[in-house]
Ligand binder design. Structure first.
Ligand SMILES: Nc1ncnc2c1ncn2[C@@H]1O[C@H](COP(=O)(O)OP(=O)(O)OP(=O)(O)O)[C@@H](O)[C@H]1O
Length: 488
């Protein structure tokens, strides 16, 4: 649909674009990215026929762009540019109607009912229909943006070129516009080329991204291939982390602000408070966590950690809400807290700080095995056993990779299973050695400052601390429980 070959462009003596080549297929949505001044708008102006390159070729539907007459080109390509001249006080309907000019013919250009229908349709699609009689000067930036989009759509183009279309749009209109663009590209084969500054929107909506750097194509590939952390850092000269969208398979880039000073503050056992009601760890700065808490499960940044004792008979339909209310009543902010529950007495808790030369690990465990289960025999379980759970918390003063987070969870789980094996704790239903309980929970939390710990497997530096700490703390917690339950 659009074929750009070996473009070179300069303003007077300044070289702006060098050897740019790419193609865009029918129905594709392609994003053009690049730092300020990298040549995005210049490229767009060449594709839309406003500027002529010194060298190279732009072909639209297989025909060189310079062979198109103005009206003929306007039937194929519509442009939504960044800055629109508003010197005349036209109404919204008049402005949108201007988009039909390429479709009118004859000496006395006549306005047909089809023109009328198209104008009404695109005004409805872009949500500007209700204020069609208003002057453009009376509209907000976002409303104007939608009027000019309607004008471009009124051309009924096959290719739509957009320069930062989400500029001025609030969150819901950004989504609305991009959802619509993608739908039009998918369902009506509209070909879309769009300049973005927001890498995350581009990553979320585009089929392909073209990243410009100093007037050259740095990379032309799928979003996940383009939006890689090291590349974005290098091209934009700023600190970012790559992450992912929580509900769509799209790459996302997060800015990393300059470090805030923590004065070398570290987590140690002074952060632990134990009462008969709960065990809590409070730290003055949020930790990066991965957990299976009732509150704060999954990934997040949290400052408070609560392991709450509940009675064995605790039952509640909406236990999340109940736990949230409990946290609020006790002075915890639920959005900053990971909350777990246990039927284990809090006095049975065991904890330990393991210090290494460049990092340290604090383990906190409550062990209850009334509900012990052998993971190899779960099919033989027909009913729920009594509550009894093993809650393991692992705090690390160090910087963990994603791999280290997950491997540490595996290591802790293996250490837990080893304790049950060595103590010969049985699954009461099957009579075999248990590997855990049916309601165990885990928390990994790291300061993400200091030594970089890439791995957490059992025999790595971090893994050894996790394995030994969990093994020893769970053993100690179960010893306490056994002593408490032993006949006096
Ligand atoms: N009319 C002009 N005359 C001379 N130089 C120009 C002109 N327009 C743009 N430039 C220069 O060309 C370079 C590329 O500009 P362009 O607007 O294409 O970049 P961009 O990637 O769209 O930037 P931004 O992200 O800031 O919108 C810049 O260095 C700019 O100063």
């Amino acid at each position: 649909m659009l074929n750009v070959q070996n473009l070179f462009f300069q303003y007077e003596t300044k070289q702006i674009l060098q050897d740019i080549s790419f193609t865009v297929n029918k129905g594709e949505m392609v994003g053009i990215l690049g730092p300020n001044g990298s040549g995005k708008t210049t490229l767009m102006k060449i594709i839309s026929g406003i500027l002529t390159p010194q060298e190279g070729q732009v072909e639209i539907k297989g025909k060189p762009i310079e062979q198109y007459k103005t009206k003929e080109l306007a039937k194929v390509v519509a442009v939504l540019s960044q800055h629109v001249n508003e010197s005349f006080s036209y109404t919204v309907r008049e402005i949108v109607s201007l988009g039909r000019y390429a479709h009118q013919s004859g000496l006395f250009q006549s306005w047909s009912s089809q023109d009328e229908d198209v104008v009404t349709k695109v005004m409805k699609q872009t949500g500007v229909f209700p204020f069609q009689e208003k002057s453009i000067h009376e509209l907000s930036g976002g409303e104007k943006q939608r009027v000019y989009l309607a004008q471009a759509l009124a051309q009924e183009p096959e290719i739509l070129l957009l320069d930062e279309p989400t500029n001025h749009l609030d969150l819901s209109y950004q989504k609305e516009l991009l959802d619509n663009l993608r739908e039009w590209s998918r369902e009506r084969d509209l070909t879309i080329v769009c300049i973005f500054h927001d890498l995350n929107l581009a990553g979320l909506y585009c089929d392909r991204l073209l990243l410009l750097h100093d007037g050259e194509v740095e990379v032309d590939a799928t979003p996940s291939n383009v939006l890689q952390e090291e590349r974005v850092k290098r091209i934009y000269q700023t600190d970012v982390k790559s992450t992912f969208h929580p509900s769509r398979p799209a790459p996302q880039i997060a800015l990393v602000p300059r470090n805030t000073e923590r004065n070398g503050m570290k987590i140690d056992t002074k952060a632990i408070t134990i009462t008969s009601e709960r065990i809590e760890v409070k730290v003055p700065f949020p930790l990066y966590t991965l957990s299976s808490g009732v509150i704060g499960a999954g990934r997040g940044w949290y400052k408070s950690f609560v392991n709450r004792h509940v009675d064995k008979t605790y039952r509640c339909d909406d236990y999340r809400k109940e736990m949230e209310d409990y946290l609020l009543q006790n002075g915890f902010n639920p959005s900053e807290t990971v909350g777990m529950m246990t039927a284990v007495y809090t006095e049975d808790v065991a904890y330990q700080l393991i210090e290494q030369p460049d990092f340290s690990v604090m383990i906190v465990v409550t062990g209850g095995v009334g509900n012990a289960v052998d993971a190899a025999k779960t099919n033989e379980h027909s009913s729920f056993l009594n509550p009894g759970t093993i809650n393991i918390w692992i705090f690390v003063n160090g910087t963990l990779s994603e791999q280290a987070f997950v491997q540490s969870v595996i290591t802790a789980t293996e250490a837990k299973a080893a304790v049950l094996r060595d103590r010969k704790i049985k699954d009461l239903e099957t009579g075999t050695i248990a590997t855990g309980t049916s309601t165990d929970s885990i928390l990994m939390a790291a300061t993400q400052e200091g030594a970089y710990l890439e791995f957490g497997g059992t025999i790595t530096a971090l893994g050894k601390c996790v394995a030994q700490g969990v093994y020893q703390c769970l053993t100690k917690s179960l010893d306490k429980r056994d002593r408490r339950m032993a006949p006096k």
